[in-house]
Design a protein around this ligand. Structure first.
Ligand code: ADP
Ligand code: MG
Length: 197
């Protein structure tokens, strides 16, 4: 399974989600995490936590889709973490996977910026049939903003995963450690598995 975490906005939870999903995927097969950020926060995370159950490489190239099959040799699963803003990188990452997961916080600001990312996914879909899901992260359960965000996204015709990642200190402080409790991310992965393009 190949999953790209994408959102042209920064700080939405891409790297955190990439690492947790890679942990969850590694339970069913050898997993490769490709960090496409030039400054490599997933790579730094993996350096600080050598016991992570997957392999991490940094590859900030615009033609990942031409290299992905070689890179993925020997791996069952690939997770791709992308940077904010850099369209050509996000584009090649989307061309390299069958699933796109967009993590966003329940805030109207994040929805505003989403169109840019969705536009890119539209372009790519002509070439690569992607299954796209939105993952709500940093969620304060039961708040009006979660409900409003979910409704707005659904109205936009988007697939929003039922699983929500709560706003928790354990996630905020997870960088550089091996996640022990995959909690919501295991559930999110089960949902993503079932999504068809
Ligand atoms: N569920 C969560 N609860 C609390 N903090 C979170 C959660 N997910 C991510 N964070 C924090 O939010 C910030 C942005 O997350 P990150 O995964 O680095 O986003 P991106 O890769 O999209 O820039 C980081 O400081 C991270 O630790
Ligand atoms: Mg990141």
């Amino acid at each position: 399974m190949r999953i790209t975490l994408v959102d042209l906005k920064g700080g939405t939870g891409k790297t955190t989600s990439a690492v947790y999903l890679a942990c969850a995927l590694s339970q069913t097969g050898r997993t490769l995490l490709i960090d496409m950020e030039a400054y490599g926060s997933a790579l730094s995370w993996s350096e600080a936590a050598p016991d992570l159950p997957f392999t991490t490489i940094q590859m900030p190239v615009k033609d990942l889709h031409k290299r992905i099959n070689d890179l993925a040799t020997g791996y069952v699963h690939v997770v791709i973490d992308t940077p904010a803003i850099v369209r050509p990188i996000a584009r090649t990452a989307l061309l390299s996977a069958e699933h796109a997961v967009i993590p966003i916080s329940p805030s109207l600001l994040d929805i505003d910026r989403l169109n840019e990312t969705l536009g890119l996914i539209d372009e790519v879909e002509h070439v690569n049939d992607l299954a796209t899901s939105i993952l709500l992260t940093r969620v304060r359960r039961g708040t009006k903003s979660v409900k409003a965000t979910r409704e707005a996204l659904t109205e936009m015709g988007l697939r929003v995963l039922e699983t929500e990642i709560p706003l928790l200190e354990s996630y905020a402080g997870a960088a550089g450690t091996r996640p022990t409790d995959l909690a919501e991310y295991s559930e999110a992965l089960e949902e993503v598995r079932k999504v068809k393009a």
